[in-house]
Design a protein around this ligand. Structure first.
Ligand SMILES: C[S@@+](CC[C@H](N)C(=O)[O-])C[C@H]1O[C@@H](n2cnc3c(N)ncnc32)[C@H](O)[C@@H]1O
Length: 221
């Protein structure tokens, strides 16, 4: 997509974006939110911020926020139907310390997230767009998202966690992140982070599909 296409797309998405506050049960148009988002003011604490992109029905966020109350979790979801589903699941589960953002990941990261303010991104089962003519829609082909990822991650230790069942896309993501300095691949046993399966992971595991996972970390050396 050219810069002018992004501008047009962002104008459209700006009208379809909202911050969802679970504790207050309140939805605020993103256009009314001051940028960059002040995470400390939003959460009322200085805990590290971790963002799940494409949070779907919110299973990861619910479990992660239970296991790690010392982390401020944010879920980003472009489909309103899933954002609503995630909201209900999190509220029912009592995870009111989580914020949801109904928006597009590239738009949100580019326009609303401050430099070095994110400890980790989680991207689980991103849409693989299997048809050749649709592959340009893949998140890891979106240069605005990739640029924003590097700018917004904590520059000395920020991480991105990815998982997919789609082998060809996994190789593409691995290739993309390996060639996106200063990200460096982390062997799975080097991180003490519990693995939380998402809804898609549970479904695919039940079908016996192989799941690929990888973690990359910002290298400050
Ligand atoms: C295949 S589903 C996976 C959902 C969840 N991560 C899981 O593993 O169960 C992909 C999700 O990403 C969302 N999504 C796709 N592109 C997105 C984007 N650019 N920004 C935000 N969400 C996006 C879709 O609406 C969908 O809910």
């Amino acid at each position: 997509m050219s810069e002018s296409h992004y501008e047009q797309f962002f104008e459209l998405i700006a009208r379809r974006s909202a911050l969802i506050d679970l504790r207050e049960d309140k939805q605020t148009s993103l256009a009314e939110v001051t940028r960059p988002i002040d995470w400390s003011a939003l959460f009322g604490n200085d805990n590290p911020v971790e963002i799940e992109i494409g949070c779907g029905k919110g299973r990861f966020l619910l479990e992660a926020s239970r296991q790690r109350p010392d982390i401020n979790y944010v879920g980003v979801e472009r489909a309103l139907k899933y954002a609503q589903h995630a909201k209900e699941r999190l509220q029912k589960g009592g995870a009111t310390g989580v914020f949801l953002i109904w928006s597009d990941a590239a738009y949100l990261v580019d326009r609303y997230i401050g430099e070095g303010t994110v400890e980790a991104y989680h991207v689980y089962f991103p849409d693989p767009w299997p048809k050749k003519r649709h592959r340009k829609r893949r998140l890891f082909r979106n240069e605005v998202w990739l640029r924003g990822l590097i700018r917004t991650l904590n520059s000395s230790r920020g991480r991105i966690h990815v998982a997919t069942d789609y082998t060809e896309y996994f190789y593409e993501i691995r290739d993309c992140l390996t060639h996106t300095p200063p990200l460096v691949y982390q062997p799975p046993d080097s991180l003490e982070i519990a693995h939380i399966p998402t809804s898609f992971e549970m479904k695919y595991r039940a079908e016996g599909r192989k799941i690929h996972r990888a973690v990359y970390q910002m290298d400050s050396t």
